[in-house]
Structure formats: structure tokens, C-alpha cells
Design a protein around this ligand. Structure first.
Ligand code: HEM
Length: 305
């Protein structure tokens, strides 16, 4: 039986960093994955930090074709809505998310990770994430209300046992910059129409009152009368000058993540997510987050060579 990377579901850490790397040489993908898989992490068990590792979908397919879900693709092309609104594609080769109760520890682990992969890859992005008012976005709304409860999250986020890629997950990772002055100029009622939930209590709207352009309406996907959920682990980033939301969304099924993005951009029907007038995506990548065993098979490979 395979096991999921535990950090996907480990809640409660206050400090986070997200690192994205690109290969220095295209043919060194195996060296990169072996290096990160072989990283010894006593910090994880001794002092309590979590590491989640993701690999570019097409790279993972090349390295581990039998452990890859049939539907798995890179964020290779920007998504452009009918009015020109764009979600950029900034696909990288390796993703590492470190979470801990202490910023100092996040720093130490991040340094070790960077040192470990530096022979093969360059660090393109580093974002420090944190929690604002416990569980709110910087726009002041609770983020995660519609998430599945923890006991159900694995069935939403993980590829089922017995399928190729079992216990792996597909991650959508995006940095969104907020335009807080513009958003904060709206009345609370107008803000609630943008999101599709109430601000203080995160209450749902009656279906007939939910604006079709609200964020909730754009990201609620239905199939045969059933909702298609995802599992979000977003944090906030930044300072007064530049700030926003780090979108960290896991799913067992990549097309639903992509369909949500397309609906937010207004691609299928011309209705653009109202939130995108106040938040701008600056990056966009997909990663395959393999099971512990699938990633671990690269430790053995490294030792055999
Ligand atoms: C600036 C970036 C974003 C912000 C600030 C944001 C914020 C929110 C907030 C406040 C909610 C309502 C409360 C909740 O259920 O969590 C929500 C719901 C949701 N968001 Fe986002 N979000 C962002 C981007 C995205 C993206 C990129 C996706 C998907 C690709 C997404 C998918 C969802 C889903 C699936 C829901 C639940 C909808 C439902 O009620 O069924 N969000 N988001």
C-alpha cells in the first residue's frame, strides 16, 4: 500500500515557504529527483517540519511512466479569457513546500533543500506564506470553508489505490497579487457579491442569490448533480507594498483544476470571475506530488548507481 506525502494534510503550521526550481540541463531530471528524494530530513520528525515535493508532470511521466495517472499535463500555455484577461503559465521542474511552526526552522530546511538541488537546478521562485487572522485571505474572507473535512480530504486529493500514480496528487500552484485598495473601496455587500459568501461568517448564499460571476459560482463544478471538490491549502504572502494569496490546490483529477481556472477567466461562457478584477495571477504551474513510495524509489535508484 502506498502512502501520501503527509504534508498535504498536515494542518496547523504557521510558517511556510514555497520553492520552485528549473533544471539547469534538460537531461538531468533524474539527478534532480534523486537528489530531492534522498534528502535526509531529521527536522521533519525531530523538530516537526513538513516537506511536500512535486515534480513537473511531463518530467515525472518520463521518469516513472508506470506510476503516472493517464491525465497529467504541464501548465504549458497561458489561459486567456475572451476579454484578454490572462493567467500566465510559468511551469517549473520541481516544487518544494516546507511548513513548520517556526520561521527559523523553515529557513534552515529551505537552505538545505536549495543546497541539495543546486547542482542540477536553479531557484526561480521563493514565496514565504503565512496565515492572516487564523484562516482568512488578506481580502478578509475565510479561505477554505468549502474544503472537505480532513477525514474526507484524501478521497478528494489523492489518486485512488490501484490506479497509476496511486496516493499521488495533482497540485495547482499560483501566486495571486491582490489590489487591496481597490477591493477595500467596495462596500462589504459588494465584496460579498464578488466572493459569493458572507464576509464575517463565510455563510453560503441561497442559490438564486449567488451572482453568476462570483468566485464561488465560477469555481463550483458539478457533474451528474455532484460537486467536484478540490482540497485547498492557501496562505497569504507579502507586505504592504505587494501582497496576495498563494493558491495551493490539490486534486486527484487535474481536469477539474483546469476547468476552474478556465471558468475564472471566462473562457467557456464569457463570465469572468469577479475576484479577478481585484486579484491578478502572477504565476501558474502544475506538479505531480508522488506517493512517499514512488518518490522513495528514486532513493534506491540513487544508491544503486
Ligand atoms: C486570489 C486567489 C484566490 C482567493 C483569494 C480565493 C478565495 C476564496 C474564498 C474566500 C472562497 C470562499 C470560502 C471557501 O470556501 O474557501 C473560495 C472558494 C473556493 N475557491 Fe478560491 N480563491 C482564490 C483562487 C482560487 C483558484 C485559482 C481556484 C481554483 C483553481 C479556487 C477554487 C475555489 C473553490 C473550489 C472554492 C469553493 C467553492 C464552493 O463553495 O464550492 N480559488 N476561494
Amino acid at each position: 500500500m502506498a502512502n501520501a506525502q503527509a504534508g498535504i494534510f498536515a494542518m496547523g503550521s504557521s510558517s511556510h515557504i514555497y520553492l520552485e526550481f528549473s533544471l539547469l540541463k534538460e537531461d538531468e531530471g533524474i539527478d534532480l529527483v534523486e537528489a530531492i528524494a534522498s534528502l535526509e530530513m531529521p527536522q521533519a520528525t525531530v523538530a516537526g517540519s513538513n516537506l511536500v515535493v512535486g515534480v513537473r508532470p511531463t518530467l515525472w511521466r518520463t521518469l516513472s511512466p508506470h506510476d503516472t495517472p493517464s491525465m497529467l499535463f504541464d501548465f504549458s500555455e497561458s489561459l486567456t479569457g475572451p476579454d484578454g484577461f490572462e493567467m500566465p503559465a510559468t511551469q517549473r521542474d520541481l516544487f518544494v513546500w516546507i511548513a513548520s511552526g517556526s520561521q527559523g526552522q523553515v529557513f534552515d530546511v529551505a537552505e538545505t533543500v536549495v543546497e541539495t538541488v543546486t547542482p542540477f537546478a536553479v531557484l526561480n521562485e521563493e514565496i514565504t506564506g503565512w496565515h492572516y487572522r487564523q484562516n482568512r485571505d488578506l481580502i478578509g474572507f475565510v479561505d477554505g470553508t468549502a474544503n472537505p473535512i480532513l477525514s474526507e480530504a484524501p478521497s478528494v486529493a489523492l489518486i485512488p489505490q490501484g490506479s497509476p500514480g496511486e496516493c499521488g496528487s495533482v497540485l495547482l500552484f499560483q501566486r495571486w497579487r491582490h489590489s487591496l485598495p481597490e477591493f477595500n473601496e467596495l462596500s462589504v455587500t459588494e465584496q460579498e457579491m464578488v466572493i459569493g459568501r458572507t464576509k464575517i461568517d463565510s455563510e453560503e448564499f441561497e442559490e438564486e442569490l449567488l451572482p453568476p460571476s462570483s468566485h464561488v459560482a465560477r469555481t463550483t463544478l458539478m457533474e451528474n448533480d455532484e460537486e467536484l471538490p478540490i482540497f485547498r491549502r492557501n496562505t497569504s504572502y507579502g507586505s504592504p507594498r505587494e501582497n496576495g494569496t498563494v493558491f495551493v490546490g490539490f486534486s486527484k483529477d487535474q481536469p477539474r483544476l483546469h476547468a476552474m481556472l478556465q471558468r475564472m477567466a471566462g473562457i467557456p461562457d464569457g463570465i469572468r470571475d469577479a475576484l479577478t478584477y481585484y486579484s491578478t495571477p502572477l504565476s501558474g504551474s502544475y506538479y505531480f506530488v508522488p506517493s512517499v513510495e514512488a518518490l522513495g524509489s528514486f532513493i534506491d535508484a540513487a544508491q544503486d548507481r
